[in-house]
Design a protein around this ligand. Structure first.
Ligand code: MN
Length: 442
């Protein structure tokens, strides 16, 4: 059996990065509140063993820290992006297998009910519970090429979910094609996945590329898939739960509000409707949820984008050390070994060019920790020259959902020290400070 969510949880627990929550929690708000406390303190993977009204445990925060990202890629935190970039080069097609534990319980038709799942209500004004960690798998009705994405799904009733899907997002483009043919779009929603499958579902590949080929690349072996029961699609064999169904053509209903990745509520919109045909799951399935805008969400959305920025900056000839899109994914910090005075501007231009949502880009020297926003601020305050080091792009393409047109400008800040006077800017250090264990002195 291939690595799956539960083998990853076991690995996280062995590394001291799993927090079990043993007291019962209410899936409405209480779970999210406890989760947020974990996210803002230890950052560990959170396993809620008892959820009020349900048999199933709930897991979240599998991308809670860069240390956990490092665990996924068997590397150290500083090298996660480099590892992602090097592994993704050689894409590997998935393979079909016959058996999977996700077939242990199969309910079809009237027997299938979304109410069996401990859906979580995260925020005060969310319109009820949402599926937030479902990987949506579908096929382009013209080309037959698979697409994999993550889309929020709002609970409506035991066999209906609301779903947001709009072009230029690939699922939206594919749904339009099906609708123009007058057909429902078959989709499978896999919940409870190994982190790699969530990462590839959050990666924007060019249209017409199968994200599961990337899963093979990142795993270093083909992803194992298993056929669905009632629709012509395949899902990861390691999934905990699979919803099979279809998106109804020419049907739109009110969906939202939902507290999104920017920490604000997306207003009610007329969105698509998913009808359930079957649920298959493991006997002891684990349900998975993601809190939008949490550090987990930012790591999930950010990693492939950091990889794109890293590659684009390398292509300028710059000596890049690290890049971070945390904590917002709309701003980035890049550390380099500067080779000439104007280089930070070339670096920022490359970043803006490859990733259009980017709004701020701060370029710092190699001795600044881009994962520590305090250190980036320190570099801005102590090394940037605002008279020479700013670079503004007005009215470029930015984050697309922008009703007030506030995201189309871009600002780069060169926060590197002037060349050839490093002695004036070298940071002081205390010999031996890294190896001090305070406990030894108390
Ligand atoms: Mn795609």
């Amino acid at each position: 059996m291939q690595e799956d969510l539960r083998s990853f949880l076991a690995k996280a627990e062995r590394s001291g990065k799993l927090q079990r929550i043993r007291r019962e929690v209410d899936p409405k708000f209480e779970l999210a509140a406890v989760l947020k406390k974990i996210q803002t303190t230890s950052g560990k993977v959170a396993l809620f063993e008892k959820v009020k009204g349900y048999e199933m445990p709930v897991v979240s925060n599998v991308f809670g820290s860069r240390e956990i990202l490092a665990l996924i890629f068997d590397t150290v935190p500083e090298d996660v992006v480099r590892e992602f970039v090097s592994r993704r080069e050689r894409q590997i097609k998935p393979v079909l297998v016959r058996d999977s534990p996700v077939k242990e319980v199969i309910k079809t038709g009237e027997e299938a009910s979304i109410q069996a799942l401990p859906l979580v209500t995260h925020c005060e004004k969310d319109n009820g519970p949402f599926v937030t960690a479902g990987i949506i798998i579908t096929r382009d009705p013209q080309t037959g090429i698979r697409n994999v994405s993550i889309n929020r799904m709002m609970y409506k009733n035991e066999n209906t979910l609301g779903c947001r899907m709009m072009p230029p997002q690939h699922l939206g483009i594919i749904q339009v094609k099906a609708e123009e043919m007058g057909k429902p779009l078959e989709v499978a929603v896999a919940i409870g996945n190994h982190p790699i499958e969530l990462l590839v579902a959050s990666t924007t590949l060019p249209f017409g590329y199968d994200e599961f080929d990337l899963a093979g690349a990142l795993r270093g072996e083909p992803l194992e898939l298993v056929k669905c029961e009632t629709i012509d699609l395949e899902v990861p064999a390691g999934s905990e739960i699979v919803l099979e169904g279809e998106i109804l053509p020419n049907v739109r209903e009110a969906e939202g509000p939902f507290g999104d990745f920017m920490q604000c509520y997306i207003p009610v919109m007329e969105n698509h409707v998913f009808k359930l045909k079957a649920i298959s799951r493991r006997k002891d399935a684990i349900y998975q949820t993601i809190q939008a805008s949490s550090l987990e969400d930012m790591h999930l959305l950010g990693l492939s984008r950091e990889a794109d920025v890293y590659k684009a900056v390398i292509n300028t000839g710059a000596k890049i050390k690290a890049v971070s899109l945390i904590p917002t994914i709309l701003s980035c910090a890049i550390s380099i070994e500067k080779q000439f005075t104007g280089e930070p501007k070339n670096v920022a231009a490359a970043a803006f060019g490859c990733y259009s949502w980017l709004k701020y880009c701060v370029v710092v020297d190699h001795d600044v920790n881009v994962f520590d926003i305090n250190d980036v601020w320190w570099a801005m305050a102590s090394r940037s020259d605002i008279n020479k080091g700013l670079f503004v792009m007005e009215h470029a393409r930015g984050f697309p959902r922008d009703p007030f047109n506030i995201h189309s400008g871009k600002l780069a800040i060169d926060a590197t020290a002037p060349l050839n006077c490093w002695g004036e800017f070298e940071r002081k250090r205390i010999p031996g400070e890294e190896s001090i264990n305070l406990q030894d002195y108390l």
